[in-house]
Design a protein around this ligand. Structure first.
Ligand code: SF4
Length: 370
């Protein structure tokens, strides 16, 4: 039998390792809808959704997205507002735009079929080496390695790679190992199994080595270093930001603003807001809300206040939101502004924090609401 170990560990019994790993995977794998299909488009959608988002969250979006955009053509031709509304709440909205741009390239250059080479996949907008490798192996069962958070941890432990897994040299080393141990005959299940082992057993802080199906192959386990590998990353620095926002209301309508290009969530909608210093007092925040109303050409009374806290990438944000009962001008006060019926505002593309603000206002405006 051919063994295909990495150069640095020529004795690694890769074929036996993969067989053991895949046998465990077949017994333990979670039933996830993107694993039940080999439709490359559905797998492309799932992989883009799973970038920076947990499996549990993606499960709530995946089927709805595919029922609204069942083919590459449907996605390529979708209006952006509709795309962003369906993506609303998943965050990292650039992924949705890239996914649509990729669909358009697939329509224009690949006759509507997801390409089957690593090079062509990596030429699509938003598709990096991991996502391209995932599509190659999961959709086409082609021997293409993958390294993502879970499999990187597993590989680092299996081969006792003690350096931080995000350092460029370690990343290169892990990709090399992943390629060397990949069985040519069953890359799909092997890659899924590596990721699943990282999710279910080889967890970041509590690896379950006693029940691990491949512990006999694991150098970190043999050295008693499984909890030390990989070394923890330094915590990312967070920036705190504060905004004052208004939610203008009139006769069952609410005023929203389209977010301009160059800002987070560009193209989506939000309630008007402005940045303020972190040290702003409650009185100053209220005055800022009044000035914001005036700058929108509105007259109104501030009737309720609530603070919302949320994060966007590495920013911790506090939004001091004021509900304002306004007189409605004949026309919206600016091109980017739009009055919409309150009970239809949820159909707009709104980020998750803006949806929380909308839920607060909707609840308040219901008969008997708080
Ligand atoms: Fe991970 Fe432990 Fe299995 Fe090694 S033995 S792969 S550290 S769970």
């Amino acid at each position: 039998m051919t063994e295909f170990g990495p150069d640095s560990t020529p004795d690694f019994p890769a074929a036996a390792f993969s067989r053991r790993l895949v046998r465990w995977y077949r017994r333990q794998k979670r039933a996830l809808p993107w694993r039940e299909t080999s439709d490359p488009y559905a797998i492309l959608v799932s992989e883009v959704m799973l970038q920076q988002t947990t499996v549990a969250t993606v499960l709530g979006y995946y089927a709805r997205f595919l029922s609204r955009f069942p083919t590459v053509r449907d996605l390529a031709e979708a209006p952006e507002d509709e795309l962003l509304a369906v993506w609303s709440g998943l965050g990292y909205y650039r992924r949705a735009r890239n996914l649509q741009a990729a669909a358009r390239v697939i329509m224009a250059q690949h006759a509507g079929r997801v390409p089957q080479t690593l090079e062509a996949l990596m030429a699509l907008p938003g598709i990096g080496r991991y996502t391209a490798g995932a599509i190659m192996s999961f959709a086409f069962n082609k021997p293409s390695p993958i390294v993502e958070t879970n499999s990187a941890r597993v590989l680092a432990r299996l081969f006792c790679v003690r350096a931080p897994v995000k350092s460029p040299a370690t990343v290169r080393q892990l990709w090399h190992i992943a390629e060397q141990i990949l069985p040519p005959n069953n890359p799909r299940e092997h890659n899924y199994a590596l990721m699943e082992l990282g999710s279910l057993a080889c967890r970041p802080s509590q690896p379950d080595c006693v029940l691990c199906p491949v512990s006999e192959f694991c150098a970190a386990f043999k050295a008693g270093e499984q909890r030390l590998i990989p070394p923890a990353d330094a915590p990312a620095a967070r920036t705190r930001l504060r905004f004052v926002g208004v939610v203008p209301l009139n006769d069952g309508h609410v005023l929203v603003a389209r977010i301009p290009q160059g800002e987070w969530h560009a193209g989506m909608f939000e309630f008007p807001k402005v940045p303020v210093p972190l040290t702003v007092s409650d009185v100053e925040a209220r005055e800022t809300a009044q000035q914001l109303l005036q700058s929108l050409g509105l007259r109104g009374n501030l009737v309720a206040f609530r603070e919302f806290r949320y994060t966007v990438t590495r920013h911790s944000i506090t939004l001091c939101a004021w509900m304002a009962m306004c007189r409605r001008p004949a026309r919206p006060p600016g091109k980017a502004l739009r009055w919409v019926p309150l009970d239809e505002a949820g159909k707009l593309p709104l980020g998750s924090a803006q949806r929380r603000v909308l839920a607060w206002v909707s609840n308040d405006q219901r008969p008997g609401g708080t």
